[in-house]
Design a protein around this ligand. Sequence first.
Ligand code: HXC
Length: 292
Amino acid sequence: MSDHTPFSSELLSGKRILITGGGTGLGRGVARHLVEHGAQVHLWGRRETVLAEAAAEASASRPGSVHFHAVDVRDYDSVDGVMGQIWSEHGPLTGVINNAAANFIAQTKDLSPRAFSAITSTVMNGSFHTTHAAGKRWIAEGLPGSVISTLTTWVWTGSAFVVPSAMAKAAVHSMTMSLAVEWAKHNIRVNAVAPGPIPTDYAWEMLNPTDKSSVGATQTDQIPAGRAGTIEELANLSMFLLSDACDYLTGQTIAMDGGQMLAGPGTFAGLTSLSDADWQQIRETSQAASEQ
Ligand code: HXC
């Protein structure tokens, strides 16, 4: 398991990176790693007190390197206003992580229009607002940029019981492919990561609401790697995409899930638990069958 970084502590020196939903969960965890690798980081979220705590935690290794702003990404005017403030007070961003999310498990028939909107407007509209507000500035000033959106493998498979989230994240996957083409000539790269389960307090509780659920999304016995992912692994992938390591990489949603998505029903993924003796038995049985 990765518990260290392969990168230099100055990999992101000179980079200025925004993380939406940076006060909690994955965003908060990744922020610390970006700072440890030399980046200035801006955290956005709805609650100032939570953001202040997150900023203090993330900047421990390099005091003064994390700033925070109360922004609801659903509100374009607020997004655009604070983006302009960052530009004028700190300088242009070099990267954006669309990490702000909203989600809960529910039967779709029980969702109200407000519930659908609370999730989709945060994930889909919020990711567009933030990407647009940074992108138009990069293009106007002839600056390169790197966008990463935090998605899930539901963008390829869909998922029951989290339909608004799956729909909205699929829309951001589409934005990723579309803008990669439209903005390549401006040296703006647009990628996404689709992490499998990575334990964070809120998401883990929300995705495991009852002891009966044992929901597939978090069951490590259904993951070929046999374990959940780590924030260090997500941070390492994000730092690679935010760095200058591979400017040719754009338009991709990269699954980082220990093989979980590919081990679905209809494959022989369940056979990975068999022993050599089991396989010998299978060989003998199948050879006997073919000789009949
Ligand atoms: C049914 C629900 C509900 C539930 C809320 N609602 N929770 N309906 N089941 N469990 C309904 C409310 O009744 C209301 O509708 C509407 O949703 C909006 O609720 P509010 O609380 O007013 O909205 P808001 O304050 O904007 O909160 C949004 C939220 C909340 C989604 C409900 O959980 C949130 O802000 N979450 C942010 C963090 C987050 O969820 N991160 C997700 C990380 S996990 P009515 O009609 O009654 O007014 C993730 C994927 C993980 O993204 C993948 C792992 C593999």
